[in-house]
Design a protein around this ligand. Structure first.
Ligand SMILES: *Cc1c(COP(=O)(O)O)cnc(C)c1O
Length: 374
């Protein structure tokens, strides 16, 4: 059994494969793992509300599974709002932490009743004050993303001094400044990113207080890591540290918001793909499968290293693994040691429930793989 798949999931996957005629590629998602993650994440932090970042996997079946007491949602677009609206999920359970939102989305969110929005620029304040007057806003800080496999700090966020100014500007424009947010980077394996981020937030908090603002929401974003090919720090340890820091540095009634995406769905997923070709090119063994960079494994080019599993018992070789499209960018892994599979054999990819299907396109005519809950 592979290291990154729990035995109950593995058993379900094998049973599915034995019984199903489904043609590859498709993503199997273990509903029990999703439900368990949803109930565990956030439990280690006092006064914490959890918002699932829908972009990690917006499959309607998964959203339905997460529509349970104690779970809320973080969205960024009209498309994501439509998914939640179709399930009847109320606006009190939805926030948008994208600091730069399209005017069309803001209008729809407001008409749906959503009241909480992130921002990090004066232009966003102006936009919100025109389209969502009186809404609650929280400012996004830039924080260290070192050690995160998928950094997010360059595109968004501002420094503490500017954040205090901007909170005051938001108040002057008739918005209700309620708090501060940050994102330590996705797949964050460096626990110190959270403590450095919380230090920065506490500077903003006291600066805002000195300026006469009372904040009450500390939104700590996402970033909890999952196991791909290496062990990572467990969620319980991360939350213990966050909880200790929050109680030391913030008022006792602070409301913590948490926005996990990857950690909720990532290790519930197993991609089922097929080997479609092999070639020896100048001494390099190439293995071609029916999922690649464009139809599900986009994160492989950003540094995520998946585990690959084949059923073959043939000799082990070192492979370069590539997707099915004609683009030479469509290469998902190098130097992967695997027993040689035959054309048509299944190749399984665990820990693939997050940021796979949600990134997939139909480039070159390859369909977006189906998601099947097991
Ligand atoms: C993507 C995103 C998340 C989820 O991040 P993960 O690393 O998947 O946990 C949370 N909050 C915001 C604002 C995001 O953009």
């Amino acid at each position: 059994m592979p290291d990154s798949v729990r035995s109950s999931t593995w058993e379900k996957v094998l049973n599915f494969l034995a019984a199903s005629e489904e043609s590859t590629p498709y993503l199997l998602v273990d509903r029990d793992v999703v439900a368990e993650k949803a109930s565990v994440i956030g439990r280690g932090i006092r006064n914490c509300r959890v918002y699932y970042a829908l972009k990690a996997n917006p499959d309607i079946g998964i959203a339905r599974l997460l529509d349970r007491p104690g779970m809320n949602f973080e969205i960024a677009s009209e498309g994501e709002l439509r998914i939640l609206a179709s399930l009847g999920i109320g606006p009190g359970r939805i926030i948008s932490s994208n600091p730069v939102k399209s005017p069309g989305f803001i209008k729809q969110a407001v008409s749906y009743g959503i009241e909480y929005f992130a921002f990090d620029s004066a232009a966003e304040v102006d936009k919100l004050s025109a389209l969502a007057p009186g809404c609650n806003v929280y400012v996004r800080l830039t924080v260290p993303n070192e050690g995160s496999e998928w950094p997010l700090s360059k595109k968004f966020g501002i420094e503490p001094d500017a954040a205090v100014e901007l909170l005051l500007y938001a108040r002057d424009r008739g918005l209700n400044p309620v708090g501060v947010t940050f994102h330590v980077g996705s797949q964050c394996t460096n626990i110190y990113n959270w403590s450095m981020a919380l230090d920065k937030v506490s500077t903003v908090w006291s600066g805002a207080e000195d300026a006469g603002l009372r904040l009450d929401i500390l939104n700590i974003g996402g970033g909890y890591p999952i196991r791909y090919t290496k062990d990572v720090i467990d969620i319980q340890s991360i939350e213990e540290m966050i909880d200790a820091l929050v109680s030391r540095k913030f008022p006792p009634d602070v409301q913590v918001h948490l926005e996990p995406g990857r950690a909720v769905v990532g290790d519930a997923g197993v991609f089922v793909t097929s080997v479609i070709g092999k070639a020896d090119r100048g001494g390099v063994n190439w293995l071609y499968i029916d999922v690649g960079v464009f139809n599900g494994l986009m994160e492989s080019i950003g540094g995520i290293k998946y585990e690959y599993i084949v059923g073959s018992r043939a000799g082990v070789k070192r492979w370069t693994i590539a997707g099915p499209s004609c683009d030479s960018f469509d290469v998902i892994a190098h130097d992967v040691e695997l027993p040689e599979p035959m054309i048509g054999d299944h190749l399984l990819i665990p820990s693939s429930g997050a940021y796979t299907i949600s990134y997939a396109s139909e480039f070159n005519g390859f369909p977006i793989p189906k998601t099947i809950l097991i």
